[in-house]
Design a protein around this ligand. Sequence first.
Ligand SMILES: Cc1cc2nc3c(=O)[nH]c(=O)nc-3n(C[C@H](O)[C@H](O)[C@H](O)COP(=O)(O)OP(=O)(O)OC[C@H]3O[C@@H](n4cnc5c(N)ncnc54)[C@H](O)[C@@H]3O)c2cc1C
Length: 374
Amino acid sequence: MAADYDLAIVGAGIAGLAHALAGVRRGLKTVVIDRDAQANGASVRNFGFITVTGQQAGATWQRAKRSAQIWDEVAPKAGIRIEHRGLAVASRRAEATAVLEAFLASEMGEGCALVSRAALRERFPFLAGRNEAALWSPHDLRVESKDAIPRLAAHLERDWGVAFRRQSTVHEVAPPMVATSGGTIRAETVVVCPGDDFSGLFGAQLREAYPGLTRCKLQMLRVKPASGQNLPCSVMSDLSLVRYLGYAELPEAAALRKRLESEQAAQLENGIHLIAVASADGTQVVGDSHHYAATPDPFASDAVDELMLDEYEAVLGSRPEITARWLGTYASLPDRPMLRMAPAERVRLVIVTSGTGASTSFAIGEETIAELFG
Ligand SMILES: Cc1cc2nc3c(=O)[nH]c(=O)nc-3n(C[C@H](O)[C@H](O)[C@H](O)COP(=O)(O)OP(=O)(O)OC[C@H]3O[C@@H](n4cnc5c(N)ncnc54)[C@H](O)[C@@H]3O)c2cc1C
C-alpha cells in the first residue's frame, strides 16, 4: 500500500516545524504529529532570541546565520512580528571589553562595532553611566515565541498544505508505519524531533550513543521596566561572555572568568547570565539560569530570580517589577550543540542539545532533509 505522506515529523516544536518547512519547500507531502494540543515545550518558553553573534564559531554560527535569514523570509508570510533587531552586549569590566575587542577582530565580528563609553549616551542611553562599552551586532532578531510558534504552524498548514495531527503520541516508528495513539499513519520517511524526551522513541539507542545526554532547567521572568521605556534591541552582559561559546572560547575570556569567579560567584554557580528582550506590550523577557539534571526538579527559586535581577540592575540601572515567572527545560550535551542520528532506515532523530534551537533549527532542518532526499 502506498504511503500517505512522503515525510512525517514527530514533534511540533521549532525543530519539527523547521524540518516540515524544509520538506514542503522541496515539494514533499508532509504531516507533523505532536502529543500536545498546542506547543508547550522549550520552543514557546524561550526568549525568541534568534542569536547569531555569540554562537560557537563554526557550524553553530553558520547555522544561526542561515536560520536568521529563513526567519526573515518566513516571518512576514506567517504574520510573525520581528519585535526588534540587533544585540547590545554591555561590558562593565576592562576584561569584558577585551573579550569584545577580540571578538570584533575575529571573522564573527563582521558587521559588528564597539560602542565606546562616550558614545553609549547617544547610541544606547539605557546602558550609559554603568557600562564601559558595548558590542553592537546587527545580525540578531527577536520574535515573541508564544505567538510565533503557533503562527509558524498555521502558516505551514494554510499556505503549504502540511497536515497536523495533534494530541497523538507516537509510540513506534518503522517506515512506512508510524504508530500513534490516534491510529497508524503511513510515511516513507520520518524525522523525530522530540525535544528533551529521551525515554520515548529510540530511547535506548539514544542513551547508548550519548550517555552524557541530560536536561537543563532555566528560570525565566517577564518584567515591567521601572523606567517605562522599553529596549530597542536584545541586551546581554559580562556574564554572557563566559557562557556563549562564540566569546567564551576566545583566549581573552579566561581573565574575565577569573574576575567573575571572585566578584559574581553566586551567578556563575547558578549558570546565570543576562538576556533582556522587549515585547510589544511594554514588558520584557529576562533570564536566565542553568541547572542540569536528568529530571530537573519543577521548583523555581526566588534567590535565583533575585540574582538574575541583580545583574539586570547592574547593567540597566533599575530593578523591574516581575509580572510572570516560568521554567523551561532543554536537552543538553556537554560537547555537542545538536545531534542527528539514523536509528532505523529512512528515519532521523534530531535533537538540539544546547540552548540554541530557536537560532539554528531552520538550518538543521535543511541539512536533515538534504541528507535524506539528496
Ligand atoms: C527557557 C528557555 C530559553 C531559551 N532561549 C533560547 C533563545 O533565546 N534562543 C534560542 O535559540 N534557543 C533558546 N532556547 C532553546 C530552544 O528553545 C530549544 O533548543 C528548542 O525550542 C528545542 O526545540 P524542539 O522542537 O527540539 O523541542 P520542543 O519545543 O520541546 O518540542 C518537542 C515536541 O515534541 C513533542 N513530542 C516528543 N515526543 C513525542 C512523541 N513520542 N509523540 C508526539 N509528540 C512528541 C512534544 O510534545 C513537543 O511539542 C531556550 C530554551 C529554554 C527552555
